[in-house]
Design a protein around this ligand. Structure first.
Ligand SMILES: C[S@@+](CC[C@H](N)C(=O)[O-])C[C@H]1O[C@@H](n2cnc3c(N)ncnc32)[C@H](O)[C@@H]1O
Length: 255
């Protein structure tokens, strides 16, 4: 998959995208990340990319022409890209968005700065506006990195263990179960016995119950969308019972 990033700050991307899973995916040719400096598409001696807003107001707005020129060049190349404008006003980027975008051969990500990008880019040039959350960043660069990371790990061959993306948080509207590693006991806190039992069936059921309980407590919005089987209800009841018992044990110690 090819990512084309339109930005005023191309140097921001090298280190974050050059390391770990995304960096290795690029080394192995599973993805290609290209940065394009919007300023290179601005005309005139000063290569101006922003201007004051019509109607007055604070700050500067990114001009449409340099971005359009860059897009004109990229859009005629093969494969044809899907164009995303990063914006706090866009559709919320979710795991399902990452899955959808991971199927594309090529993605253009436009990073805004200042007060944002002239509205005509959203209206006439971008296929979609995407927000990574309900907060305002200073620029779209970090949003682009978040999207690239989340998308890349879903591309076949990128993760060593492909099964992990099927069980992790947000697959099936469910938060992932709690994970533990060595040591078995740390500062008096023990790993749940079931995980040391070697009983794979019991571990699977416990994990399912914990995932359901977590989702119910932390993300009732996601929990409400789940279709629970009779087994799920049983695993959830057991997880809730364990939670109550653990709370009672702590109360006993306090008393
Ligand atoms: C300071 S913001 C502009 C905010 C704009 N004035 C508004 O109120 O909607 C500058 C740029 O950062 C990027 N950005 C900020 N927050 C973002 C978010 N939550 N998701 C994606 N991009 C964001 C966008 O590209 C935006 O054009």
């Amino acid at each position: 998959m090819i990512f084309d990033i339109l930005t005023l700050f191309p140097r921001m991307f090298a280190a974050p995208l050059g390391e770990s899973i995304v960096g290795k995916a690029a080394e192995r040719g599973l993805i290609e990340v290209r940065t394009h400096n919007i300023r290179d598409y601005a005309k005139g001696k000063h290569q101006v990319t922003d201007d004051r807003p019509f109607g007055g107001g604070e700050g500067m707005v990114m001009k449409p022409e340099p971005i359009m020129r860059a897009l004109d060049k990229l859009k005629v190349e093969d494969p044809q890209p899907w164009v995303v404008l990063l914006s706090p006003q866009g559709n919320l980027f979710k795991q399902e968005t990452a899955w959808k975008l991971s199927l594309l051969p090529r993605l253009v990500l436009i990073c805004g700065r200042y007060e944002g990008v002239d509205e005509r880019i959203a209206k006439y040039a971008a296929d979609e506006e995407i927000s990574i959350g309900d907060y305002v960043l200073s620029g779209g660069e970090f949003a682009a990195m978040v999207a690239i990371d989340a998308i890349t790990r879903l591309i076949p061959g990128v993760l060593g263990n492909a099964a992990s993306v099927q069980t992790e948080t947000f697959s099936e509207s469910l938060l992932e179960f709690p994970q533990y590693t060595r040591p078995q006991e740390y500062r008096g806190n023990k790993v749940p016995d079931v995980l040391l039992s070697g009983n794979h069936r019991a571990i699977k059921d416990w994990r399912r119950g914990q995932a359901l309980l977590r989702t119910k407590l932390r993300r009732p919005d996601l929990f409400g969308r789940l279709q629970l089987s009779s087994d799920d209800l049983r695993f959830l009841r057991i997880a809730e019972k364990h939670l109550v018992e653990a709370a009672e044990e702590i109360n006993c110690i306090d008393d």
